[in-house]
Design a protein around this ligand. Structure first.
Ligand SMILES: NC(=O)c1ccc[n+]([C@@H]2O[C@H](COP(=O)([O-])OP(=O)(O)OC[C@H]3O[C@@H](n4cnc5c(N)ncnc54)[C@H](OP(=O)(O)O)[C@@H]3O)[C@@H](O)[C@H]2O)c1
Length: 319
């Protein structure tokens, strides 16, 4: 089968490799689409360097790339109970930039009816992040004023829609070219950050989802209501050694002073959450925004684009 492989940090190749052999509790999926995340860009470049402690110091321990997948079950191991050949599925597991992958059933769910494979592949990491940040870390409640800083990328486009599903008043912060999209996703107010600074406006928010992660602690606190919560999701791709870890640590320390809570988050693959997202996608309450689709051999170009940090919604690979 064809797969994108990575033997050193910074370079990728499309190669002919062995089709995976599945374990007893795994499902063999014929990949139809994958999506690209900043996570993949960090794994390609091996930055920030601290991640190499787990991923491999001199070279990557794992050659496979890509985590978001949608495809068709081709075979199941004897211990698999929830899926059968022919099922259309979506989920998360490393090795999505390939024609086939083996995956444990807990990491996948049935693909939302009515979505293409490309749309379904756009969902897992970005939408799980938005859901868990708003609901679990942010303790979102109906009627709250919610600000999404970085509302136009993968996580942000899902976050705007989910925050509306939770019954909140949503302010979306994005650049000029994304203002209309943010509005169409349901944002009550859109702030074009090239023209207006949300911190200076005087408005405060009960919950801030900081996807862009580009503001100082003082700015973040200024924009939060008393007892408000800020969840730090991501940050600019700078800081070669520690990257966003530095601002996450600073945030935890800053949170110890005063009534405003500031906290980082780490997305978990929770099967029930994938199923919950599927239901919202099937009822049309949630729609994936896909800006571009690339073929498998153009994964390097797709990763380069995502690395620039200005994707409109998701970037997808058609396999
Ligand atoms: N904590 C976790 O577990 C977790 C999980 C998933 C993702 N993440 C992180 O979350 C971040 C976003 O992920 P993603 O998939 O949404 O990335 P993405 O699709 O590349 O989107 C990034 C977005 O950031 C926006 N942006 C850039 N500069 C901005 C600024 N100054 N103000 C406001 N928005 C700005 C861009 O919009 P414009 O083009 O309009 O500027 C772009 O749409 C990344 O840092 C990623 O690593 C963390």
């Amino acid at each position: 089968m064809k797969a994108i492989v990575r033997y050193t940090y910074g370079s990728l190749a499309l190669e002919e490799v062995d089709k995976p052999t599945i374990k007893d509790d795994e499902v063999l999926v014929r990949v139809r689409a994958a999506s690209v995340n900043p996570y993949d860009w960090h794994h390609l470049t091996g930055t920030p360097y601290i991640m190499r402690i787990g991923a491999g110091l001199r070279k990557p321990k794992e050659t496979a790339m890509g985590v978001d997948v949608a495809g068709v079950v081709e075979a199941v191991g004897p211990d698999v109970t929830g899926f059968q050949p022919g099922d259309e599925v979506f989920g998360m597991r490393s090795g999505a930039f390939a024609e086939y992958m083996g995956v444990r059933e807990v990491r996948i769910a049935l693909k939302p009816a009515g979505l293409t494979f490309e749309q379904a592949a756009a969902v897992p990491l970005a939408a799980l992040t938005a859901l868990q940040a708003l609901r679990d870390k942010g303790k979102i409640q109906a009627g709250q004023q919610v600000l999404i800083n970085g509302a136009s990328g993968g996580v942000g486009t899902f976050a705007v829609q989910l925050a509306k599903v939770f019954g909140t008043k949503v302010t979306a912060v994005c650049s000029t070219r994304n203002v209309d999209t943010a509005r169409s996703l349901g944002a009550d107010r859109v702030i074009d950050y090239t023209r207006e600074d949300f911190v200076q406006s005087g408005q405060v928010y009960d919950l801030i989802l900081d996807v862009a992660g580009n503001r100082s602690i003082a700015d973040r606190k200024r924009a939060l209501a008393p007892n408000g919560i800020l969840v730090l999701v991501g940050g600019p791709k700078k800081g070669r050694w520690l990257g966003p870890l530095t601002s996450a640590l600073m945030l935890v320390l800053a949170s110890k002073i005063g009534s405003k809570k500031l906290m980082p988050m780490l997305t978990q693959l929770v099967n029930e959450d994938l199923v919950a997202l599927r239901k919202l996608l099937e009822t049309g309450q949630l729609k994936p925004v896909v800006e571009r689709t690339y073929p498998l051999h153009e994964v390097p170009q797709a990763l380069r684009y995502v690395g620039e940090g200005h994707s409109q919604g998701k970037i997808v690979i058609s396999v």
